[in-house]
Design a protein around this ligand. Structure first.
Ligand code: CDP
Length: 788
């Protein structure tokens, strides 16, 4: 889409520089840890060395004898106010501080308040806790076996470790399709626990003013309004009332889903501030962050796919066990305990599908957050893209041809999937064709064949994923009952400049720039003169926040709708100023003019001034509007990625030689920002494919709890991403835009794994579970007698 506005106005389609970057690149951002208040005290947390143990005794006396240590807070203390447990976003319960037992290694056990961060840490070291270890359950499959130790003994009627059963699709139609199929395949696929590992760890500063009764919390949150309501509901009985709670999410150093949950540290800090009347700061360190914060993935998938003789796919069947740790603290919409995993039929025209997911409790930190992913979409896309690739190889068909044969045809949108989603738009063939041309697919296949004759291992992997973002329509989507609309309020000042406030919260995605561009697009006010604010519940309109690539589909749409309301009013004012009838006026970005006489015009700036100095009698003064946008459907961005790898037979190392990513997010607001989102997302998609994993030994000891063990890729490991795009606008979004923030994280892992398996298929290798480390590849090569 060619931009409609000039570069000076900077509406949609202009790659204007990010307004937020001057402060970020100069180190002048204001993050939670930058907040310093007079009289502030510090909180640090005692954590459990055991994965499952009874707490026999907590002795604070040595800690309290350290000068500067002010208090040691235990679960017993919080129990006096009924604050030792809190609800999770999935209506489960989570301990703030335990009263009798701990459920995972590094769980919060007690909190120390001190005059200084380092004294608080000394206090933590000095708290003496006696534990009595209990049997540990780390494997979710074993957790569901009869006779497994029951973990949630706090739930009186709970007789097993099963959290939920969820299923969707037509079971009997799927069974029939499998019975009739010429070829069926079955594969166990494990997607391990990983961690978002954002640059900034979670934290807060809680300030309770005993005089006014007002609580202000600077918080690393992706969803400030929802948190305010949750705090009011959970702590209403101790006098915290919603109008006196102000949540401020200042600059946020990466969220990726990890800053949606409420962490115990937040609640303890708030309780401590209410009790002491002093501002209390709590900021996690890196190891606490990796060891105790919410995790993503941990899906044990068994997938089956059925095809006819000519390679036409007919049915998909999936059973999954989801490890949620000791409590279900996923941040899913309430009606979707397995998130949007039901998008797992992907880009393919499958006539039948049936999917089941069972959640299990284990002695691990709560998991199941949407790590740069629209609620389990990465798991879904990975499963279907691996299965399609295995089937193509099994049928001895080229994986690109096989996909093309089975894609949902471009002329069948809107398309109802076998699992019930209505895809708004798509053109999968166009994206794959572009990616194949860009990478030189035919030539690469020839090169691969030649190399194979020389014993060299080269692989080409494709991932043609479909996403589902923009949760969501209020008839289906809520979190704890709060409907998942989003909002925007715009005020145009007399001099024609504007402030726009949104219910979302950027964590690095560039909302201050792109939202200003939306207002510029709709009103013609230069983006440089539109100030965007988010994250302060005292000023921003109520919204459900930023995660799951929902900002553009929901709040971005609200921005356009609020601007259009302003334009409607501006038309009335222009008609008054031009002494013309409203329907004789035409709009072009930035001005109304009388039809047939473009010189007879009033600019938005002149109209704004008149709104405060010369408004038509009988019309209210001022120029502002608010929109709460309830999307009619989700948006379905998609893409085709192709990855070329070479395997080192001596070390097992996977070298990504080329990676082409063609994305389609409909109309683009800022092409440079979208490309940045995709670059970052691709590296975050490569991470679990090749490096990242957090697992546990049999005693529940975490492996991967520091950056020594958790292999976060850096610029050194990151290959040169080659990006391109197609454009299939969303038919229902006011701007034709779809979300994009997580596309690359969702699509990349399968492309890489498919490439590795493609390099090894002729040896008899069907699947390798991620992360595909050099050790795993080398062992595989050795087992097949081809290592060097
Ligand atoms: O919710 P989140 O901001 O993470 O996701 P998003 O809606 O996918 O947007 C990520 C960034 O890309 C935002 O700055 C958007 O405004 C921008 N974007 C864009 O410029 N054009 C699109 N079609 C989609 C997103």
């Amino acid at each position: 889409m060619a931009p409609r506005t000039s570069p000076e106005v900077g509406g949609m389609g202009h790659s204007i520089k990010r307004k937020e970057d001057p402060r970020f690149v100069r180190g002048q951002g204001t993050y939670v840890d930058d907040i310093r208040l007079p009289g502030m005290i510090y909180l640090d947390i005692v954590r459990s060395p055991f994965a499952h143990a009874t707490i026999k005794k907590i002795n604070p006396s040595k800690a309290l004898s350290i000068p500067g240590v002010l208090a040691v807070i235990t679960g017993q203390d919080l129990a006096k106010y009924n604050l030792h447990w809190m609800p999770t976003l999935m209506s489960d319960t989570q301990m703030v501080l335990p009263v009798d037992k701990v459920m995972f290694q590094s769980q919060e056990v007690a909190a120390v308040l001190a005059t200084d961060r380092y004294i608080a840490a000394d206090g933590v070291e000095a708290v003496e806790v006696e534990y009595d270890p209990l049997p540990v359950v780390v494997d979710p499959k074993k957790a569901l076996e009869p006779g497994a130790p029951i973990l949630r003994t706090d739930k009186k009627d709970k007789k097993d470790n099963h959290i939920f059963h969820w299923e969707v699709g037509d079971k009997s139609a799927t069974e029939k399709a499998f019975a009739a199929a010429k070829t069926t395949i079955r594969q166990d696929i494990y997607i391990p626990r990983i961690h978002v590992a954002s640059i900034e760890t979670p934290g807060c500063v809680a300030q309770f003013d005993k005089v006014t009764g007002k609580l202000t919390v600077w918080l690393t949150t992706q969803a400030p309004h929802a948190i305010r309501t949750v705090v009011a509901l959970v702590a209403g009985h101790v006098g915290l009332s919603e109008e006196k709670i102000r949540i401020i999410a200042p600059d946020i150093g990466g969220g990726f889903g990890g800053k949606v949950p409420v962490y115990p540290g937040y609640v303890i800090a708030i309780a401590a501030s209410v009790l002491t009347g002093k501002p209390v700061k709590w900021v996690e360190d890196r190891m606490e962050n990796l060891q105790a914060d919410s995790f993503a993935r941990d899906y044990h998938i068994t997938a089956e796919l059925a095809a006819e003789k000519d390679g036409t796919l007919t049915a998909l069947r999936i059973k999954t066990i989801a490890d949620h740790g000791y409590t279900d603290a996923a941040a899913n919409p309430s009606k979707f305990p397995a998130g949007l995993f039901g998008i797992c039929t992907g880009s393919y025209n499958l006539k039948a599908a049936h999917v089941q997911v069972d959640g299990a409790y284990t002695n691990k930190p709560p998991g199941g957050i949407a790590y740069r992913c629209s609620f389990r979409v990465t798991e879904a896309a990975y499963a279907i893209e691996r299965m399609v690739d295995i089937m193509a190889h099994e049928l001895n068909m080229d994986p690109a041809d096989f996909r093309r044969k089975n894609f949902i045809p471009a002329d069948s949108f809107p398309y109802k999937s076998a699992l019930g989603w209505e895809y708004d738009s798509g053109n999968y063939d166009a994206a794959l064709t572009k990616a194949m041309e860009k990478i030189g697919y035919a030539g690469l296949r020839k090169e691969q064949a030649e190399k194979r004759t020389r014993g060299e291992l080269m692989g080409i992997g494709i991932s043609s994923f479909t996403e589902i973002v923009g949760a969501g329509p209020s008839k289906h989507f809520d979190i704890l009952g709060l409907k998942m609309f989003d909002s925007c309020e715009i005020r145009v000042h007399p001099t024609g400049k504007a402030i726009a406030r949104f219910g979302t919260k950027s964590q690095g995605q560039g909302h201050e720039t792109t939202y200003a561009q939306i207002v510029a697009e709709e009103l013609g006010i230069p983006a440089s003169h539109v100030l965007v604010e988010e994250g302060d519940t005292d000023t921003a309109p109520y919204g459900l926040g930023t995660y799951a690539s929902r900002s553009t589909p929901t709040a971005g749409a609200a921005g356009a709708m609020a601007a259009r309301k302003i334009r409607d009013k501006a038309r009335k004012i222009a008609a008054h100023l031009l002494e013309a009838r409203e329907d004789d006026l035409e709009w072009e970005p930035g001005k109304f003019f009388v039809r047939g006489n473009p010189g007879n015009a009033k600019t938005i700036q002149e109209i704004a001034l008149a709104a405060y100095t010369n408004h038509p009698q009988g019309t209210e003064a001022g120029l502002e509007a608010v929109s709460y946008y309830d999307p009619p459907n989700l948006t379905f961005p998609f893409g085709s990625y192709i990855c070329v790898v070479d395997l080192d037979k001596g070390t097992g190392e996977v070298k990504i030689r080329r990676f082409v990513a063609v994305d389609d997010c409909g109309n683009i607001i800022n092409p440079m920002i979208v490309e940045g989102q995709i670059h970052g997302g691709l590296t975050m998609g490569m991470a679990p494919a090749l490096y990242e994993e957090i697992n546990y030994d049999e005693e529940g000891n975490i492996q991967g709890g520091s950056f020594m063990d958790y292999l976060l890729p850096t610029a050194v490991e990151t290959p040169n991403w080659e990006t391109d795009k197609t454009c299939t606008p969303s038919p229902h979004h006011p701007l034709g835009a779809k979300g994009v923030g997580e596309s690359a994280t969702v699509g990349a892992p399968a492309a890489i794994v498919n490439a590795v398996v493609d390099a090894l298929w002729h040896l008899g290798v069907r699947h390798i579970d991620i992360p595909i480390t050099p050790a795993k590849v080398w062992k595989c090569l050795r087992d097949h007698g081809v290592s060097e």
